[in-house]
Design a protein around this ligand. Structure first.
Ligand code: CP
Length: 322
C-alpha cells in the first residue's frame, strides 16, 4: 500500500495495514542503520525541525540522527532556547518554523493534543514525539519492531505492561498497536495507576504482578511519570517497588525465554532492579537502536515517499537487505 497521511500523530487512527507498512520500512532502514555506511540520502533537500518542549534523550537524538542519515537538513529547538519563553504562542512558533520552509516538524509537548493542533495549522508534516499522556507513536512502533526481532508476528504474543499506565503515552501507543495486530496485552500496576476502564481498549487488567508476568512473552516496564501526577498514587517509592517492581525474585517467576523491555528513561531500583535492567533477557538498548530505524521510516513516509519503492531504492544504493 501507499502511505497517504501527512502526519503521524497517533497509533489509534492507523489501520493494521498502515502499521505493517511502517514496520516493513523500519526493517529495511534497520539494515541501513547497522551498516558501516549508515547513510541513505533519500531526503536530500528536506528540512526537519525538531521542536521539543519537554526533555528527551532518546527521541530527540534519534530523530536528529534519522534525519541526518537520510540526508535532510536538521534544526533543533527547545522550549528554553525559543521565543516561547518571551510569550510567543505555540501557533506563532510553528508558523515561523513553516515560514523557514521546514518540511517536517517533529514535536514533543506536555499538552495532549498539541501535535494535532499544530498539524491542523501547518502544511509541514507533523510527527508526534510524545504529547502529554496521549500517545508516543514512534515509541509504540519501536517497541513493536523489538518484539518482531524475537517473534515472526504479533498473533497470540503475550505482552504485559507493568507500571504507571494512567499517565503513560507509551502505554497507550503500545496498547493500540499491539491489540490491532493481534497480540494479547495485560496491564498491571496499582489500581490508582491502572484503572479498569483500560479494558475498553481491548486489554486485560491485573493487580497481581506475579500472575501478570508469569505467562508473558514480553514484560514492558514503565517508570512512574511524576511530572504528570498531580498527587502521589501510592504511599512511597519503596512500597511501589515492593509491590510492583521487577525484582530478581519476580524475574524468576517469568517463563524461560521471556524478554524484558523498558522505553527509558529507567529509574534503577524503583520499577526495575538495576542488575535486571542489564541482564541478558533485557532488550532496553535494542529498543533504542530500533528507534533510529523507526524514525527513519516515519520521516521517509510522511515526506511522501513510496513504501513500495524503498527496497529497490536502497538496493540501488548498494545496501544488502537480505
Ligand atoms: N522513551 C523516550 O521517549 O525517551 P526520551 O524521553 O529520552 O525521548
Amino acid at each position: 500500500m501507499d502511505w497517504t497521511r501527512k502526519d503521524l500523530l497517533d497509533i489509534e487512527s492507523l489501520s493494521p495495514l498502515e502499521i505493517q507498512t511502517l514496520l516493513n520500512c523500519a526493517q529495511y532502514f534497520k539494515k541501513v542503520c547497522l551498516s558501516a555506511r549508515k547513510h541513505a540520502p533519500l531526503l536530500q533537500g528536506c528540512t526537519v525541525a525538531n521542536f521539543f518542549v519537554e526533555p528527551s534523550t532518546r527521541t530527540r537524538t534519534s530523530f536528529e540522527l534519522a534525519a541526518k542519515h537520510l540526508g535532510a537538513t536538521v534544526v533543533n529547538l527547545s522550549a528554553e532556547g525559543s521565543s516561547l519563553k518571551k510569550g510567543e504562542t505555540l501557533k506563532d512558533t510553528v508558523l515561523n518554523l513553516q515560514a523557514l520552509q521546514t518540511d517536517v516538524l517533529v514535536m514533543r509537548h506536555s499538552a495532549s493534543g498539541a501535535p494535532q493542533f499544530v498539524a491542523e495549522r501547518v502544511t509541514s508534516a507533523v510527527l508526534n514525539g510524545g504529547d502529554g499522556a496521549h500517545e508516543h507513536p514512534t515509541q509504540g512502533f519501536l517497541d513493536a519492531l523489538t518484539i518482531l526481532d524475537k517473534k515472526n508476528s504479533f498473533a497470540g504474543v503475550k505482552v504485559t505492561i507493568l507500571g504507571d499506565i494512567l499517565y503513560s503515552r507509551v502505554a497507550r501507543s503500545n496498547i493500540w498497536l499491539l491489540t490491532k495486530m493481534g497480540a494479547h496485552v495485560t496491564l498491571c500496576g496499582p489500581p490508582t495507576l491502572v484503572p479498569l476502564s483500560f479494558e475498553k481498549m481491548g486489554c486485560h487488567v491485573s493487580y497481581e504482578v506475579e500472575e501478570a508476568i508469569a505467562e508473558a512473552d514480553f514484560v514492558n516496564l514503565l517508570r512512574i511519570q511524576h511530572e504528570r501526577q498531580r498527587k502521589s498514587a501510592f504511599p512511597s517509592l519503596s512500597e511501589y517497588t515492593a509491590f510492583f517492581g521487577l525484582t530478581k525474585e519476580r524475574v524468576r517467576l517469568m517463563k524461560p525465554g521471556a524478554t524484558i523491555m523498558h522505553p527509558g528513561p529507567i529509574n534503577r531500583g524503583v520499577e526495575i532492579d538495576s542488575e535486571i535492567a542489564d541482564c541478558e533477557c533485557s532488550v532496553i538498548l535494542d529498543q533504542v537502536t530500533n528507534g533510529l530505524a523507526v524514525r527513519m521510516a516515519a520521516l521517509y513516509l510522511v515526506t511522501g515517499h513510496s513504501p513500495a519503492k524503498l527496497k529497490s531504492a536502497l538496493e540501488a544504493m548498494g545496501f544488502d537487505l537480505s
